[in-house]
Write a protein that binds this ligand. Structure first.
Ligand code: BGC
Length: 450
């Protein structure tokens, strides 16, 4: 572990983080750029956004990302994760758009000029229509196509970027697209297809990893894994289904990267991909919280698990037709312990809560910091924390219903308003630590402990 100053004497109520801890925010192209033309634009045109909203100009980043970069600089933020939209860069198969690559160069330069380290993600749920139409990551040649795209990007902006995330949440992409039918292509109950998608993505990850390293030798390349705690209500059947969901959702992609094969029993059907094994320079973790799980014969689509959020637990705003999830800071510990098995540095690449009125976000941030600080003190190699997100953005099939920003956005007027969490996060970043309120247990007033 790097040399740290967090053990040095400090007031008991102040938790200091290691020197050079990377404090930042995360974003995604489709959610912030506006006017994209990809498979999610088709999903929206087909009326699949549950709130009925349209993405429109989103946060207007394609025209003016610099406005939000100024805000990030003013908050003292040191790193910003953004994704580069494949459909802009390669709108037709095999033909790359120099103007789009130039705009991304401009954005990355703008971040550097503001003293902000860019972290580039290559696939955050969206890709070109032509790629979707030919079967996306179900097709065996997808790794070649992803590698070709990656190479063009690394050639164009490799000098401006040290940190690379190949995929954002391959587990969410596969589960929502092929099992739950909530994301394009909207398939339901196709578990074997979802596993195949992840295996092909793992191969594509390796090819992208190598392509980036060939062009940018000092690059650090990883992926961002979504991790959810599945908490079983008491009872054996409940524990069994919770652990099944945990294995399928949390561990599939970890297993692939760690061992080169799917976990038992699926690994028996397919061989090991030796090239995949251990292929990453860091592990990114996206951690939001916890779901509760009970065995339920009526819930066939979710493997006979009723996945729910009890009313009394801390949580942010609900989605269009269901709660978003329990805001559960301890989820970070579980995720970090799982990721540590890979023996690579860990970055929290996303964490946040939908909370338009900022009622619970400050509590979440402070308590996540406590978890992180304790984990680092125990020796876990956690190098950074990126909050989701800077400015409210277009929340996939929930549209504008869920607001995750440190900064509130009115998408009509593009007016931005600081939430109090922005001030809190800025203090944490500037102080490289967090003041812990003395009035424990630090839960939101409206919340009672279970
Ligand atoms: C995704 C983001 C999303 C956030 C909040 C993450 O799983 O990567 O794109 O906005 O969760 O739901």
């Amino acid at each position: 572990m790097s040399e740290v100053d967090f053990r040095s004497p400090s007031p008991e109520s102040y938790l200091r983080f290691p020197k050079d801890f990377l404090w930042g925010v995360s974003t995604a192209a489709h959610q912030v750029e506006g006017d994209n033309s990809n498979q999610w634009s088709d999903w929206e045109l087909a009326g699949r956004i549950k709130s009925g909203d349209s993405c429109g100009k989103a946060c207007d980043w394609w025209e003016n990302a610099e406005r939000d970069f100024d805000i990030a600089r003013d908050l003292g933020i040191k790193a910003l994760r953004l994704s580069l939209e494949w459909s802009r860069i390669e709108p037709e198969e095999g033909s790359f758009d120099p103007a789009a690559l130039q705009r991304y160069r401009q954005m990355l330069e703008a971040l550097h000029q503001r003293g902000i380290e860019p972290i580039v993600c290559l696939h955050h749920f969206t890709h070109p229509r032509w790629f979707e139409q030919r079967g996306a990551f179900l097709r065996p040649d997808a790794p070649e196509l992803f590698e070709r795209f990656t190479r063009e990007v690394a050639k164009a902006v490799g000098d401006l970027c040290r940190f690379w995330v190949t995929y954002n949440e391959p587990n969410v992409y596969a589960a929502c697209g092929y099992v739950l039918g909530e994301f394009p292509p909207g398939r339901k109950g196709q578990l074997l297809k979802a596993l195949r998608v992840n295996r092909i993505q793992a191969r594509a990850h390796v090819r992208a990893y190598r392509a980036i390293h060939a062009l940018v030798p000092e690059a650090k390349v990883g992926w961002a894994q979504h991790y959810v705690v599945f908490e079983a209500v008491p009872g054996m059947a409940n524990r069994w289904v919770a652990s099944l969901l945990d294995r399928l959702f949390n561990h599939t992609f970890f297993d692939l990267i760690e061992t080169g094969r799917l976990g038992f029993p699926f690994g028996l059907l397919n061989g090991r991909d030796n090239e995949v094994k251990g292929c990453c320079d860091f592990v990114g973790l996206n951690v939001y919280g916890r779901f509760h799980v009970a065995f339920d014969l009526r819930s066939a689509r979710t493997f006979f698990a009723n996945v729910f959020v009890p009313e009394h637990v801390p949580q942010g705003d609900p989605g269009v037709d269901r709660p978003y999830g329990e805001a559960y800071p301890r989820a970070i510990s579980e995720a970090v312990q799982r990721a540590a098995g890979l023996g690579k540095p860990i970055y929290i690449m996303e964490n946040g809560v939908p909370d338009a009125e900022d009622q619970i976000r400050p509590w979440l941030i402070v308590n996540v910091m406590r978890e992180l600080h304790a984990l680092i003190a125990q020796g876990y190699d956690i190098r950074g924390y990126l909050h989701w997100t800077l400015t409210d953005n277009f929340e996939w099939n929930e549209g504008w219903k869920l607001r995750f920003g440190l900064v509130a956005l009115d998408p009509e007027t593009q007016q931005r308003t600081m939430r109090s969490s922005a001030k809190l996060f800025s203090e944490i970043v500037r102080g490289n630590g967090v003041a812990i309120p003395m009035d424990e247990p630090c839960l939101p007033l409206s919340t009672t402990l279970p």
